[in-house]
Design a protein around this ligand. Structure first.
Ligand SMILES: [Zn+2]
Length: 362
């Protein structure tokens, strides 16, 4: 097995991940600092009363019409709805967002996201979510309306997953390109990362590693931790770009420092292949004791299956070093335990490394 093929397997994939609903909803929902305020002060009731007072309109209407309101009440409605959303009182949040859905695209966006997320009242469906996002994209030509490219991203995702609308890769690509380029707004980093993974699928007709390389770089520059790790991986194996070990180690190191476990696994691998065994085993030991995948995923916003791969690669290399006494004292029984742990975390990565080892004698 060549480095090229192991490289493609380690740097390119993710497609199934895009189908996972947990992918990024948490990151794309609008949040204010309600939760932090509550953690600091703990005065939930008082806060609710203050926010309710903010919703009182001074514009002298008989029946409140948010499209005609010129005072701060409309913002009060939004803040109160946010408060209910953040404290997981979804029925109330829904009710207050709904009152201003025609006057505030942020409220409409939150309603759509709640439908996608499955916390809307049960008569609402993913189809409604799709319709709301489309409504935002047609209404929001105002460059200050920052939710527009986010709505475009969600529409792309709906097409990709066939969630709320029929599956279409062409339409997913088209909407993601809009969101990733910003379409007159700030580009959405998540759309850039999604596009990079979209082009990385070998089985797909859109397979194009130079496009994947382009979008991962864009997203990494804008702070995407996943894309930063991917750029490191592509540099490491020479996938979609020419091989550049120094660049690879630099990207993987930065991504590792920011908590990307997959990047840590690849960094262990990079150290090992450069015969920096002490560095490899030091880092591998730290990664091999990690086990709370869901919590790690929440903190780092990285996909769980990639965290598993990172741990798998680290334990495999650690097992190899323990077997051969590279950079660490030889310990055959510990070594076997590490191989087992690797298999347990990610059988595919384990198989891949095993084959690679047999053929290339690493
Ligand atoms: Zn008013």
């Amino acid at each position: 097995m060549s480095t090229q093929s192991i490289g493609e397997k380690f740097s390119a994939p993710v497609p199934q991940a895009l189908g996972a609903r947990e992918f990024m909803i948490e990151r794309l929902i609008l949040r204010d600092n309600t939760r932090e305020l509550l953690r600091e002060n703990g005065r939930e009731e008082e806060m609710e009363i203050e926010l309710l007072a903010l919703t009182e309109c001074g514009c002298g209407m008989d029946v409140y019409d948010p499209t005609k309101c010129k005072c701060r009440a409309r913002e009060g409605y939004f803040l109160l709805a946010q408060f209910y959303y953040d404290t997981e009182q979804y029925d109330k949040a829904w009710k207050w967002y709904l009152k201003i859905r025609n006057a505030d695209l942020r409220a409409l966006y939150q309603l759509g996201t709640m439908c996608f997320e499955g916390v809307a009242p049960k008569e609402y469906t993913p189809e409604d979510a799709y319709d709301m996002m489309v409504e935002i994209s047609t209404k929001g030509k105002d460059p200050h309306c920052f939710v527009v490219p986010y709505a475009e991203f969600h529409i792309g995702k709906a097409y990709f997953q066939g969630y709320g609308v029929g599956h279409s890769e062409e339409k997913a690509e088209r909407w993601w390109l809009l969101a990733a380029s910003g379409d007159g707004h700030e580009p959405v980093v998540e759309a850039q990362t999604a596009l990079a993974f979209f082009y990385s699928r070998k089985s797909a007709f859109v397979y194009n590693l130079s496009k994947a390389w382009h979008w991962h770089n864009q997203a990494a520059r804008r702070g995407s931790l996943e894309s930063l790790g991917a750029v490191g991986a592509m540099n490491l194996f020479g996938v979609g770009t020419s091989k550049n070990l120094n660049q690879a180690v630099e990207c993987l190191r930065q991504a590792s420092e920011r908590g990307n476990i997959y990047a840590m696994g690849l960094l262990v691998y990079a150290y090992y292949t450069r015969k920096l065994f002490t560095k490899a085993t030091d880092l591998a030991k730290r990664v091999s004791v990690l086990d709370n995948i869901d919590e790690l995923s929440r903190i780092s916003c990285c996909l769980p299956q990639y965290i598993r791969k990172g741990i798998a690669i680290s334990t495999f290399i650690l097992g190899r070093c323990l077997e051969l006494g590279y950079g660490i004292k030889k310990d055959p029984s510990q070594s076997v335990l590490m191989y087992k742990k690797c298999f347990q975390y990610d059988p595919d990565a384990c198989q891949l490394l095993q084959d690679y080892l047999t053929h290339e004698k690493i």
